[in-house]
Every structure is written in structure tokens, then in C-alpha cells.
Design a protein around this ligand. Structure first.
Ligand code: HEC
Length: 306
């Protein structure tokens, strides 16, 4: 919707002639954008064979997607296929990003700077390149850092000629990490190597005293290669008992068989608390209450495990 009205606005400002590209073969990947416009009031040509494509990839161009998380390492690449008569000429390449309501353009230092939406103020990101049959465009590489919607436009201008650009933007959406993603990265970076390794895994493993004591969470070894399994074990524990019960246990409360593992003002305790609260965010409320004892089956009125 928004891109459409922008397109209309752009069209009225620049008096472009809508082009129907007929002969050029479609660009397969990344996704081709429909249409070509000229930013020249003098241009009387009715069509152009120039083609544009933009795509977002999380795997260096193997596959393309329209959304990514802000922390993902992404590459946004474009392709410009100039008109055959422009191939071999010197020209400039342009990249414009309409992000969260503001126009920006990529300058020749590779930096996105504000653009006032006036063609004369539009600066190229590549200056004086020889136009090839297929020009790769490096729109962005790295982690974007800010969430939001990006509308990516690309274009080229042969020396002395008109600006050719795609009137249809590629919409890319960058989203925040959800709580489970954040919890998992915290588990990998901190909780597993620090807490589980130096404390919990001394007892909460197969054959350890916590297993013998009836603890429900038994970590898989080796820790470094069992991250996903052990993260799931934490998720299950939080689902079963809730955050507070676990935090009480590690401080020696609720008759923890392992005694005091962490004091409530320690950094490790605070990290564990942050981690468990993130884990809990995407989970339903715990199925057992803290006062149900340490045996997960203790609440079973029939006295057997189910
Ligand atoms: C010195 C051994 C020991 C260490 C180290 C230890 N525990 Fe335990 N833990 C036990 C024993 C034994 C039990 C079983 C008796 C009980 O319920 O307290 C247990 C039970 C628990 C329980 C309740 C039972 C369950 O699995 O639902 C939780 C929660 C728990 N431990 C968390 C932890 C965490 C988190 C760590 C690491 C910070 C840890 N423990 C480190 C010995 C230990």
C-alpha cells in the first residue's frame, strides 16, 4: 500500500514513462522487481529492457527470504541488467532504502545517509563503473541492528543518460529476537559454559547424586555439544516447576539436595534469573506450584508415576 502510493508520488514528480520490458530474460535470483522507470522528463522511449532484482539472504545467496531478525548476519544483494545499448558504457549505480518512514541512500562510502527525495540530490553508491550485462549491487552486508520495514530501490544511470530505476521496491522486514531466541543465545554464551558446567553438571547428570536424589532435570554430556538438548531440559523444568521454584532450589531452599549453589546477590544468580525469566516468557504457566515438593510426581494423588 505504502510502496504503491510512493510509486505514484515518484511517478508524478519525475514524469517517468512506464516501461513494459518485453525481451530481456527474467532474472531468476534474487527476485526480480517488476517494471522500469526513467527519471527523465525528456525521455520519450516507451519501454526499456533494463531489469532489476533485489533479494535478502541469510546463507550468502543460496536461498532468499523477505524477513530476518535484527541480529542475523544478512546480505541484501541486487542485480541490475542494463539495456543492451548501455553495456560497456560508464555509469553510476544507486541504492535507496525507505526505512521506517525516512528516505536514505547509500553513498560511495557505503554509508546510508538521508535523502530529501529530490533526484538532483541523489548520490550514487558506485561512481564511474563500466556497465556490464549483469551488475551485482551490494545493498547491505552484516547485521542491521534496527527493526522495521525496509523498501529497497535500485537504479543506474549511464553517463550522460537518464536514471533508470525500479519503481517497485523490495519490502524487507527485520524483526526483534523473541524471548526464546534470546534465552537460547544466553544459554550458549553464558549459562551452559559457566553455570551448568561448573555447578549443576557436577550432580545433575546420569549417575550423579541429583539423579539418585530424584531430580527431574538431568543434563546430557558433553555439555558443549548438547546445547539444544540441555536448553530443552531447562524449558521442561520451567514448564513443570516455574522460575521461582528453581531459583529457590539453587539458593538451597525447598530442601535442595545440592544445598546452596548460588547466593541471591551473586552475578551467576542474576544471570540464571534473567535466563529463566526469558525461558518462561514463551511458555505456558508452570503446571506445578513451588510447594509441591522436589519430586515431580509428588502431586500425583495415586502415588505412581504417570
Ligand atoms: C552437589 C550436587 C548438586 C549440585 C551441584 C546441584 N544440584 Fe540441584 N539437586 C541435587 C539433588 C541431590 C537434588 C534432588 C533432591 C532435591 O529435589 O533437592 C537436586 C534437585 C534440584 C532441583 C529440583 C528437582 C528437579 O529437578 O526438579 C532443582 C530445580 C535443582 N536441583 C536445580 C539445580 C541447579 C539449577 C543447579 C546448578 C546451578 C543445581 N541444582 C546444582 C544436587 C545438586
Amino acid at each position: 500500500m505504502r510502496s504503491k502510493s510512493l510509486l505514484v508520488l515518484l511517478a508524478t514528480m519525475l514524469l517517468p514513462l512506464p516501461a513494459t520490458a518485453q525481451t530481456a530474460a527474467p532474472i531468476t535470483a534474487p527476485t526480480e522487481l517488476p517494471g522500469v522507470h526513467y527519471a527523465s522528463p525528456n525521455n520519450t522511449a516507451a519501454s526499456s529492457t533494463a531489469r532489476f532484482a533485489v533479494g535478502l539472504s541469510l546463507d550468502s545467496g543460496l536461498t532468499y527470504t523477505a524477513t530476518a531478525r535484527v541480529t542475523d548476519k544478512i546480505s541484501i544483494t541486487g542485480k541490475i541488467r542494463p539495456e543492451a545499448s548501455h553495456v560497456g558504457m560508464t555509469g553510476n549505480l544507486f541504492v535507496v532504502d525507505f526505512v521506517n518512514g525516512a528516505w536514505t541512500m547509500r553513498n560511495s562510502d557505503g554509508v546510508y545517509v538521508p535523502w530529501n527525495f529530490q533526484i538532483p540530490a541523489l548520490v550514487p553508491y558506485k561512481v564511474g563503473v563500466t556497465l556490464g550485462a549483469d551488475m551485482p549491487v551490494d545493498v547491505y552486508t552484516g547485521a542491521l541492528g534496527t527493526t522495521g520495514n525496509h523498501l529497497i530501490y535500485i537504479g543506474y544511470k549511464p553517463q550522460g543518460g537518464d536514471l533508470y530505476y525500479t519503481p517497485a521496491a523490495k519490502l524487507l522486514t527485520f524483526t526483534q529476537l523473541n524471548a526464546t531466541d534470546q534465552a537460547y543465545s544466553m544459554f550458549v554464551a553464558n549459562i551452559s559454559p559457566n553455570l551448568v558446567q561448573s555447578r549443576c553438571s557436577l550432580c545433575h547428570v546420569k549417575g550423579g547424586i541429583a539423579e539418585a536424589g530424584g531430580a527431574s532435570h538431568i543434563f546430557q554430556l558433553p555439555l558443549a555439544t548438547s546445547l539444544e538438548t540441555n536448553f530443552r531440559i531447562f524449558q521442561n523444568l520451567v514448564t513443570l516447576r516455574g522460575v521461582n521454584y528453581i531459583l529457590t532450589k539453587v539458593t538451597g531452599g525447598n530442601g535442595h539436595g545440592g544445598g546452596v549453589q548460588l547466593t541471591s546477590n551473586s552475578v551467576d544468580y542474576k544471570d540464571l534469573s534473567t535466563f529463566l525469566n526469558l525461558v518462561a516468557q514463551d511458555l505456558p504457566p508452570p503446571t506445578m506450584t513451588p510447594d509441591m515438593g522436589s519430586d515431580p510426581y509428588a502431586s500425583n494423588p495415586y502415588g505412581y508415576a504417570y
